[in-house]
Design a protein around this ligand. Structure first.
Ligand code: ZN
Length: 340
């Protein structure tokens, strides 16, 4: 009963705040309904008030092939700076650890925890469930769980699947889900499935090489990508469930975020997005919808709930990965700057 009331309340609030863009749902003639007319270019866009949760994978820092980071002081600095940016924006974020990447002397888990952020499990060694099978994958989850339990003020309750892969068969998907629930974990879904890691690798190499022009181009692409991802996820939400939903955005702990997350968060605030914690985001009833996807792909939750018998809209996130690879793929090699 409570759940039904919550659902009804959420839908009502969503309709009240966002308006209904389908003229058939409106009692007002379409020509006088502002929600159905083209936006006036002289007027600022209406404030959409979309709840957005910021989540960061691959803590304590995303490794890239060119520059693995094993220095505890540097890890502490990177994570502290990221936390400070989030606190400046009043954002209650989540961060997901690969526990094998921890090094002696590092205290980043405690720093996130003390800042009131949600610390979750991302498996010890970032293994893909579809590749290693259920038992090996669960062992990896448990290995990280032990570390997090030891160091957090309360047991971890959120897990983010590496590569967002929940296995390529129903047996794997459902087996993992059952085992995780028994361990006390819930799935920290992603709706805005970004590819900023690609920009972050290129950014790191450009920064090391002192190439400020390329860095500037990558920062511009980063801002456009992170804004575009939320817009695409909102469009997908309106397509699948005919309303705005909470959005969960995927970032990674990387130098690009440390240096430029503040600008992205300014962009989000300018777009009218409000930052919410993971509990509030996951309370959106869209996350109780049936998961209708079986496959190893790391796709948005809003694509997983799609009815496979209905036509699927173009998948922006896949297209965007292609665009970014085409534009910046040649910069993904740390030696790209060796001769410059
Ligand atoms: Zn990851």
């Amino acid at each position: 009963m409570l759940e039904r009331q919550l659902v009804a309340g959420f839908v009502l609030a969503a309709v009240t705040v966002f308006g209904c863009k389908d003229p058939s749902h409106s009692q007002v003639p379409a020509t006088t309904d502002p929600a159905t007319t083209d936006p006036d270019p002289d007027q600022p866009a209406a404030d959409p008030l979309v709840p957005v949760h910021l989540s960061f994978d691959d803590a304590p820092r995303m490794d890239d092939p060119g520059t693995p980071l094993r220095d505890a002081a540097e890890l502490n600095r990177l994570n502290d700076e990221l936390i400070a940016v989030l606190q400046d924006h009043g954002a209650n974020a989540s961060v997901f650890y690969n526990c094998d990447r921890l090094v002696p002397g590092e205290r980043t888990i405690e720093a996130w925890d003390a800042a009131g952020m949600t610390v979750g499990n991302h498996t010890a060694s970032h293994v893909n469930l579809a590749e290693v099978g259920l038992e090996a994958w669960l062992d990896d989850v448990r290995r990280c769980d032990l570390v997090l339990r030891e160091r957090l003020s309360a047991p971890p309750t959120w897990l983010r699947y590496p590569y967002l892969s929940e296995g390529h068969t129903p047996e794997l998907r459902d087996g993992a889900r059952e085992a995780l629930a028994a361990m006390g974990y819930a799935n920290a879904h992603v709706t805005a499935a970004t590819t900023e890691w690609l920009l972050a690798f290129a950014y790191r190499y450009a920064k090391q090489a002192g190439d400020t022009k390329t860095q500037a181009a990558l920062v511009e692409a980063y801002r456009a990508h992170m804004l575009g991802a939320v817009e695409a996820a909102r469009e997908l939400a309106r397509f699948e469930v005919e309303r705005e939903t909470a959005q969960v955005v995927l970032f990674h702990v990387n130098e690009l975020a440390v240096d430029h997350l503040a600008t992205v968060l300014d962009d989000y605030e300018a777009a009218g997005y409000t930052f919410v914690g993971i509990e509030e985001a996951m309370a959106d009833p869209v996350f109780t919808r049936e998961d209708r996807y079986v496959g190893g792909g790391g796709i948005s939750w809003l694509a997983r709930i799609h009815d496979p018998e209905q036509p699927r809209p173009p998948y922006w996130f896949g297209q965007e990965e292609g665009r970014l690879t085409e534009a910046f793929g040649h910069l993904l090699n740390p030696n790209a700057y060796a001769s410059e």
